[in-house]
Design a binder for this molecule. Structure first.
Ligand SMILES: NC(=O)C1=CN([C@@H]2O[C@H](COP(=O)(O)OP(=O)(O)OC[C@H]3O[C@@H](n4cnc5c(N)ncnc54)[C@H](O)[C@@H]3O)[C@@H](O)[C@H]2O)C=CC1
Ligand SMILES: CCCCC/C=C\C=C\C(=O)C/C=C\C/C=C\CCCC(=O)O
Length: 258
């Protein structure tokens, strides 16, 4: 899929990985709706991106992925502004084992919520043009991250949802591909604040630090390169792309057909 003239929605776009995903989508010619709860960071990012890529190429919409109403309004506004939606990046996420219900609501329910609303516009069976939906999951969704059990559960859920939706889409003819990014540690505020957000597992903070030390930390731009691969390579559907300091690899899942 070439990105020139395509329209993308990125959740959690104001900072960290979402910001890098948005920047690379714009550099490759897409228009991007930046959805985030952080009004000031979102507004100032939109202004700087519009200066770099041309007025009207980025649109900030204040939107909490916990709110069905705000998501519906943001998708509607994106379609009115850009004429449709070709790409959705379900990226917004937190790690907080203390407020675990909120972690589930944002990381898993927020992904499902946004995906179902996007389908109303993207699904070829509803008159949409099809496209691609990419989730920012995590390596935690593929192997247990023992210091963050609820976070692990949400990311495992996101990987499972992605793969099942990929199959459902293919069999039903939605014309939409579904893939997941599974980075290990990435240099963002989420990591900087993580040890204070371990809740009942705060006694394992040192273990979390040791796991981080062993796996190393990658940059947001390495994750964004992974997004480009999953968006532009039309053979990719139902994939979980692991992104580690040693490089990118596709997760091999057991096949039911063999
Ligand atoms: N930083 C890391 O090591 C890794 C992060 N991830 C995942 O990447 C995604 C992005 O994380 P980071 O960029 O690291 O975090 P971050 O904390 O740097 O940025 C997250 C962005 O999401 C926004 N956000 C938070 N809650 C929201 C909500 N309810 N609705 C809309 N926007 C919301 C924040 O305002 C912020 O702009 C998350 O899903 C995270 O789980 C995955 C693997 C590793
Ligand atoms: C296969 C084992 C799972 C390894 C998971 C690897 C990385 C995942 C990172 C994230 O998704 C980010 C989430 C939480 C970070 C939590 C703690 C980090 C503590 C960092 C520190 O002590 O400096």
């Amino acid at each position: 899929m070439a990105l020139t003239g395509k329209s993308a929605v990125v959740t959690g776009a104001a900072m960290g990985i979402g910001k890098a995903l948005s920047e690379l989508l714009l550099e490759n010619g897409a228009k991007v709706a930046l959805l985030d709860v952080n009004d000031s960071a979102g507004q100032s990012l939109m202004e700087s991106l519009n200066q770099q890529h041309g007025a009207g190429s980025a649109l900030f919409l204040k939107c909490d992925v916990e709110s069905e109403e705000q998501l519906k309004a943001a998708f509607q506004k994106t379609v009115e502004t850009f004429g449709g939606i070709d790409i959705l990046c379900n990226n917004a996420g937190i790690m907080n084992e203390g407020t675990w219900e909120k972690t589930v609501s944002i990381n898993l329910m927020g992904v499902i919520r946004a995906t179902y609303i996007a389908l109303e516009y993207m699904n070829k069976l509803n008159g949409g043009k099809g496209g691609v939906i990419v989730m920012t999951a995590s390596m935690a969704g593929l192997g247990p991250f023992i210091t963050c059990p609820v976070y692990t559960a949400t990311k495992s859920g996101v990987v499972g949802f992605t793969r099942a939706m990929a199959g459902a889409s293919e069999v039903s003819g939605y014309g939409i591909r579904f893939n997941a990014l599974c980075p290990a540690f990435v240099q963002t505020d989420l990591i900087a604040n993580a040890s204070a957000n371990l809740g009942p597992f705060s006694h394992l903070a040192e273990v979390a630090g040791q796991i981080k030390e062993k796996l190393g930390v990658i940059s947001v731009s390495e994750v964004a390169e992974g997004l480009m691969e999953l968006v532009t390579d039309e053979t990719k559907n139902g994939e979980a792309l692991m992104i580690l300091t040693k490089g990118k690899t596709y997760m091999q899942f057991p096949s039911l057909s063999k």
